[in-house]
Design a binder for this molecule. Structure first.
Ligand code: G4P
Length: 525
């Protein structure tokens, strides 16, 4: 197969949702269709249950599971599908944001009873920043839920994207009878059965009397009424607008019952994009370029504390990746060869000889890689778009074992390279501040510093509201700002100026008092 054909058949995406909406269940059902697994229940949820925040075994288990399920590749018909897993726990949201930089599209799962939840809203913001094409799957139709038209309105308002239903439910909850497939004009009858695939009634169009026979005259009439309303309210589905991230097709179903999943998958492979061009600082990289390029979007530490080796996950952006070829690690300028790159097919990790744009390869690493690093056949390229967001929680990190300060330094640095949290060094007192998106990360850092680096630390409270990156075209204004706020100025790990605002009020005042300064809430600007 030519490089062009390999690229055209690839679909690399992530499934995202608020915890409990059904992401794990949907992922598993997609793997079932792809023949990657054979029984339901084979995919472990990689979420840490809320009750287990301090249960270290759980965290270790989670880390193990998430290596295994980080990327799930399988073939479906002529297509090669790569699902990138995202952590279920919101304390690891930063990890999810970075994973979204490595996908070409996204499926969002929404619970029909709960509608759009907080985490979904945040993740959608990240998709919007990158114009990532989005398909929405409204799940749990077998349970009592909200009116589908209300759900559509909420999706549009809360996620700030136009929607277009491509399937439509006939009742929900106890009376749920099935889904009309608007995209392909078919009727799928619901059979509550966890292992069985949907039964389809062949029909010509929505006026086919077979619908009345299948669901009864009154539900058939209601369906026709609903569909008429849909056609009146929503413009025709425009796949180009979907690819631009302007309209999200919506499907309804029940992942647990494997209902509506195949319809979703069949439509997904047809409309979802194959690997798209990637923006580098220097230029735009087209996937079909001969020369190889890729970037590290995730680093996963080994669970075995005796071998501090990691796996760096590299998304291939262009060209063919080959085992044992010489590639340039741009940040260090070193040439590197990889003897044992792994691919993730059907939930198994195995050594691969070659991989193509859209694929993810895992490279065993002993501390050479940082998140965002670029590998190429030789050209100096730097990929953009691995943003850090202002953390939500901050603590001072203090050394409690003076004999191990080197280990602590190294541990902190490597964990930050891995993207576990963000480090800021206060320029006034020189103290190190760790910023996270959740309490759990502090516990993970302390635990890992001790078990992997033999270093001990303690946390000290600091009351901060937000970290914002500051810049200005006016050097004098920036200097004046830094002078006035010198107690609250820090540097991030790339040496950039960060203002650590201790309250929303202080931040607003600073913005009003210093109009020449730009305040950024993500590191990408
Ligand atoms: P997540 O990864 O998004 O967090 O969600 P997950 O798939 O783990 O699903 C959350 C819960 O919702 C699970 O129940 C799952 O069985 C259930 N679920 C998923 N899809 C459907 C659906 O279509 N209909 C119904 N009724 N339930 C669904 P749980 O009790 O938390 O876990 P489990 O013990 O069943 O695994």
């Amino acid at each position: 197969m030519s490089l062009q054909e390999e690229i055209a058949r690839r679909r690399t995406f992530a499934i995202i949702s608020h915890p409990d909406a059904g992401k794990t269940t949907l992922t598993e059902k997609l793997l079932l269709f792809g023949g990657a697994i054979h029984v339901a229940g084979a995919v472990k949820s990689n979420k840490i249950k809320k009750t287990a925040t301090s249960d270290w075994m759980e965290i270790e288990k989670q880390r193990g599971i998430s290596v295994a399920t980080s990327v799930m590749g399988f073939n479906y018909g002529d297509y090669k599908i790569n699902i990138l897993d995202t952590p279920g726990h919101q304390d690891f949201a930063e990890d999810t944001y970075r994973t979204l930089t490595a996908v070409d599209s996204v499926i969002i799962v929404v619970d029909v009873a709960k509608g759009v939840e907080q985490q979904t809203r945040k993740l959608m913001e990240v998709c919007r920043m990158r114009n990532t094409p989005v398909i929405i799957f409204v799940n749990k139709l077998d349970r009592e839920g909200r009116d589908p038209f209300d759900i559509l309105d909420e999706l549009e308002n809360e996620l700030k994207i136009s929607v277009r239903p491509l399937s439509w439910p006939i009742n929900i909850g106890a009376k749920f009878k099935g889904v009309y497939n608007i995209y392909e004009h078919g009727l799928d009858l619901f059979q509550p059965d966890k292992q069985k695939v949907t039964e389809r009634v062949e029909i010509d169009d929505v006026n086919d009397p077979a619908i009345d026979e299948a669901v009864g005259a009154s539900d058939a009439a209601k369906l026709r009424e609903d569909l008429e309303l849909i056609e009146g309210v929503y413009p025709e589905f425009d796949s180009e607008a979907y690819l631009r991230g302007q309209v999200a097709p919506v499907f309804f179903g029940s992942a647990l019952n494997t209902f509506g999943v195949k319809e979703l998958l069949d439509c997904f492979v047809k409309i979802a994009p194959s690997p798209r061009p990637t923006n580098a600082v220097e230029r735009v990289i087209e996937p079909q370029e001969e020369a190889f390029s890729g970037f590290v979007f995730k680093i996963h530490a080994n669970m075995d504390p005796n071998h501090r080796s990691c796996i760096a996950f590299v998304k291939i952006c262009s060209g063919k990746f080959e085992r044992n070829a010489n590639y340039k690690h741009i940040r260090t300028g070193k040439m590197m060869r990889f003897a044992a790159p792994t691919a993730f097919m059907a939930q198994k990790k195995s050594v691969v000889d070659e991989a193509y744009p859209g694929d993810i390869v895992g490279i065993p690493d002993t501390g050479n890689f940082k998140i965002g690093d670029t590998l190429t056949s030789g050209e100096n390229l730097h990929f953009k778009g691995l943003p850090s967001f202002s953390p939500e929680m901050f603590k001072y990190i203090e050394n409690t074992d003076p004999m191990k300060s080197k280990q602590l330094e190294k541990g902190i640095q490597q964990l930050m390279d891995e993207g576990v949290a963000q480090l800021f060094v206060n320029q006034f007192n020189g103290r190190k501040i760790i910023g996270t998106v959740g309490q759990l990360q502090f516990e993970v850092i302390q635990y890992r510093l001790l078990h992997e680096y033999g270093a001990q630390c303690r946390w000290e409270p600091i009351s901060l509201y937000k970290a914002c990156w500051v810049e200005s075209d006016d050097k004098a204004a920036l200097d004046a700002f830094k002078k006035r706020k010198h107690q609250f100025m820090a540097l991030d790990r790339d040496g950039r100026d960060v203002f650590m605002a201790d309250s929303n009020y202080v931040l607003q005042m600073a913005q009003a008092d210093f109009p020449a300064i730009r305040f950024h809430f993500s590191s990408e600007f």
